[in-house]
Design a protein around this ligand. Structure first.
Ligand code: GDP
Ligand code: MN
Length: 347
């Protein structure tokens, strides 16, 4: 119990009063900050924790849960726990959630890695990258350590949070019946996942009853070709419902994709997979754009133009543009706000 832990472990450095604890406890969503991270990424993780704590979590003290495909080092555990007054948990991913399924043709997988290396798209030549995308698509929410949680905020090492937050986004999600919250919506290099759109279309054909009656997929479809337009929530930032991912709809979709093998033969990322799943199974009214949270992952940054809170980032171009993408090496990754506009319906 993270609250009980706080009571027992609060010290001078992280003074926690009784009144504060009872306010925290009252009607609190069962939520956690979750992070998949390697031991070697400790410095980047500390930087993300510090900013998250400073901008927001020091007032809310949601627990942190770290995931790794191998055991965390003592150094990692000590230093991360020292960076927050909230309770930290450390989980190792079961082998069967992080290995090649037996139906995958290894030669075809190796050929795919070579191709992805040749075109140089987003770490697609690393075997571990494929396990990571698959785990984020179909396994993270099944880890036993999350069984008593309903909500998660995904945090990566080395990201930045720029704005002071004066409310609890977990309560906000719950109280407004939201399922998924995002911060950026981008175009990735579609050469690395050419058959994801067709496989998703095939899934919808075989399982039309699973698609939500109020699903609005128009913003995900290219009006000229009727194919998937490649818009995707940039999933290294996510505030979402674990129970959505645990739903039979998402499970059926994930299993279908997993059997098709594209997590290995291509570079099906958790970003487009999450986006398509949310698009099919969640009405748009239950998806939230956290435009008030300044955030940066590598060269991609969102800095709110209209702010009610203090942000340590330069406002991006006023009013119209919601965020700025610095052009990446990849020619098909567009440095503009096409997807967010499409999602918002031209507003
Ligand atoms: P990118 O955001 O697509 O460039 O991918 P990243 O390299 O940032 O990986 C996404 C997240 O997964 C980050 O939080 C990484 O720390 C984590 N990650 C990626 N590969 C591994 C891995 O092999 N082991 C562990 N433990 N974490 C990983
Ligand atoms: Mn990353």
């Amino acid at each position: 119990d993270p609250i009980k832990w706080l009571k027992e472990n609060s010290n001078d450095k992280h003074a926690v009063t009784k009144g504060f604890l009872s306010r925290l406890q009252h009607g609190r969503p069962r939520a956690a900050l979750i992070s998949l991270v390697r031991n070697a990424e400790l410095p980047g993780m500390i930087q993300s924790i510090r900013q998250m704590e400073e901008k927001w979590n020091a007032k809310y003290l949601y627990p942190w849960i770290f995931f790794n495909d191998e055991p965390f080092s003592d150094e990692f555990k000590t230093e991360t726990q020292n960076a927050t007054a909230a309770k930290c948990f450390y989980a190792v991913i079961p082998k069967e959630h992080w290995s090649l399924p037996e139906w995958i043709d290894e030669d075809r997988f190796i050929n795919g890695l070579e191709y992805l290396g040749t075109i140089g798209v987003g770490k697609g030549w690393l075997v571990s990258y494929h396990h990571m995308c698959r785990w984020n698509s179909g396994f993270f929410y099944k880890h036993p350590i999350l069984k008593d949680y309903d909500w998660y905020w995904r945090v990566e090492p080395d990201v930045h949070y720029f704005c002071k937050m004066s409310y609890d986004p977990f309560r906000f999600m719950r109280d407004n019946n939201l399922k998924y919250g995002f911060n950026m919506n981008i175009l990735d290099d579609a050469r690395s996942f050419p058959s994801l759109g067709p496989h998703t279309a095939a899934f919808m054909k075989t399982s039309p009853h699973l698609v939500h009656p109020n699903a609005d997929l128009t913003w995900l479809v290219d009006t000229n070709t009727s194919d998937y337009n490649n818009c995707q929530f940039f999933s290294n930032f996510e505030i979402g419902s674990l129970n959505f991912w645990r739903s039979p709809q998402h499970q059926a979709y994930f299993d279908y994709l997993d059997q098709a093998g594209g997590f290995y033969y291509e570079r099906w990322g958790d970003a487009p997979v999450h986006t398509l799943s949310i698009g099919m199974f969640v009405p748009k009214a239950e998806i939230w754009f956290f435009r008030d949270l300044g955030y940066q992952h590598d060269v991609n940054m969102h800095c709110p133009p209209n702010r009610e809170v203090a942000c340590d980032c330069q406002k991006t171009r006023l009013d119209e543009n919601f965020y700025k993408l610095v052009p990446l090496q990849s020619p098909q990754r567009k440095p503009d706000d096409t997807c967010i506009r499409q999602f918002l319906g031209g507003k």
